[in-house]
Design a protein around this ligand. Structure first.
Ligand code: GUN
Ligand code: FE
Length: 453
């Protein structure tokens, strides 16, 4: 029999569809040298006992203990890495004032590479400890610090997709925090792409450069066009913010007489590997354009409460065929946890359906059929994120990467209230009630990257 690099035995939860989970009870998970899942073996299979016999006394064999379960590692589709320095603060202003008062000043400090290293090292460690194995990051305008973030992901074993942020529009960006000029912005983006592609060769899990116009207001037409060309030339992912707030949405209508989606598409920025944050104000024809081009949404439900004054209609957009994943939007969203964001996604969808003003007549309060279940929120945090990025991640399935978190429901400091429930109920309790303490181990591409003692 072929030699596996790792064999795990235990029970796993993974998405079968946007609405259904699959429970793999007492399976064997056989991982190859490349950190990919080569084979799932059910207890009914003829080779089950044979594989256990062959591996059970080897270091490569990992039997989950009682009360432990496997989940796919989470995929966070929207993190502003420099904003980790202000997470949990500065949430009192609307988007435009928040950017200018707090956020551009803190991001400008990342010209200091030592400060950047402290913040980025702590952030990547924290996200791994929260079960997040793949992250789509905005860094800052600074090329060196952006490369450093990719290096820190590479070193800590996280699958980081990193963008050097482009901000060249002098009308919208402060003099001490923007690209020198359009030509420099494009030149440094190209140098950044080449450096990160080179760095990726030394990693097992991969790190990826991402073309990153911050959002339309911060970029000139020339920059947006040049970035579309660079993404095509180097076949990179693309990320930006799209139709996030009243102010931003209206700014784009004033400038282009169309919505963000169509404007971004005109510059070649909507394609299969494009991920747009928020999209709270997407109209139906914008959503259809997303579905046609394969563009995905990173849904950031905590952040949307503070900056969008709206709720993304996830159920409606899924019915239109749009790919959606989940994002923390650190620090517009204060929490580094996709557990917290999955919970907020469910809560916000319920508020959208039920309506928030009890003084209105019941029939006119909310938007029917808006609610999503925790199964769907779990899908967004895992398989939806993998689909959005077009990478084989987010599911515990053959030919997917071994990116997993081991949840321990019995540790004394954070024991879950389990009393002989069915496994689907155990899953729900994990999703609603677990805390970072319950995350025992985190693996990326077959490497152990976090362990709680
Ligand atoms: N739009 C442009 N920049 C940002 C940012 O940093 N956070 C959020 N939430 N929206 C943005
Ligand atoms: Fe954001």
């Amino acid at each position: 029999m072929k030699e596996f690099a790792l064999v795990f035995q235990g029970t796993a939860f993974t998405s079968r569809s946007t609405k259904e989970i699959e429970i793999l009870k007492d399976y064997l998970f056989c991982i190859n040298e490349d950190g990919m899942i080569e084979k799932l073996v059910s207890p009914e299979s003829a080779e089950y006992e044979e594989i256990i016999k062959q591996y059970e006394f080897k270091d490569s064999f990992h039997r989950l203990e009682k009360g432990q379960y496997l989940l796919p590692g989470f995929v966070d589709l929207h993190v502003h890495a420099p904003q980790w320095a202000q997470s949990g603060t500065a949430l009192d202003l609307p988007l435009y004032d928040w950017l200018n008062t707090y956020t551009f000043p803190i991001e400008s400090k990342f010209s200091d590479i030592e400060f950047a290293e402290k913040v980025y090292d702590d952030l990547v460690r924290t996200l791994l400890a929260n079960g997040t194995t793949t992250v789509l990051y905005f860094a800052t305008v600074h090329k060196e610090a952006s490369i450093l973030l990719a290096e820190i992901c590479a070193k800590q074993g996280q699958r980081g997709l990193v963008g050097k942020v482009v901000m060249d529009n002098v009308d919208q960006c402060p003099p001490d925090y923007r690209d020198k000029d359009t030509e420099t912005a494009l030149k440094e983006t190209e140098e950044f792409i080449i450096a990160v592609k080179d760095l990726a060769k030394s990693t097992k899990q991969g790190v990826y450069p991402v073309v990153t116009p911050r959002f339309i207001p911060s970029c000139t037409d020339e920059a947006l066009e040049g970035l579309g060309r660079l993404a095509a030339k180097y076949d990179t992912h693309i990320q930006s913010h799209c139709s996030e707030s009243d102010w931003e949405h209206e700014y784009v209508i004033d400038r282009f007489n169309k919505h963000d989606a169509f404007a971004l598409n005109d510059f070649g920025l909507l394609q299969d590997k494009s991920i747009m944050a928020h999209c709270t104000f997407l109209a139906d024809d914008d959503a259809e354009l997303f579905a046609e081009t394969g563009t995905a949404i990173s849904h950031c439900p905590i952040s949307n409460v503070f900056f969008s004054n709206g709720v993304l209609p996830v159920a409606h957009l899924h019915s239109k065929g749009v790919d959606i994943g989940l994002g923390t939007d650190i620090s517009g969203g204060f929490s580094p946890s996709l557990f917290d964001n999955a919970r907020q996604a469910v809560i916000s969808s319920r508020m959208l359906e039920e309506g928030v003003d009890p003084k209105l007549p019941k029939e006119t309060r909310g938007v029917p059929s808006s609610r999503i279940t925790m199964n769907e929120a779990f899908y967004l945090a895992t398989a939806g994120g993998g689909d959005a990025l077009s990478l084989p991640i987010g599911k515990i399935e053959e030919n997917f990467a071994w990116d997993v978190q081991i949840i321990d429901t019995l540790i004394p400091s954070a024991k879950l209230p389990l009393f002989n429930e069915r496994l689907d109920e155990v899953f729900e309790k994990i999703m609603y009630l677990s805390r970072p303490e319950n995350i025992r181990e985190v693996w990326v591409q077959g490497n152990l990257v976090h362990k709680r003692n």
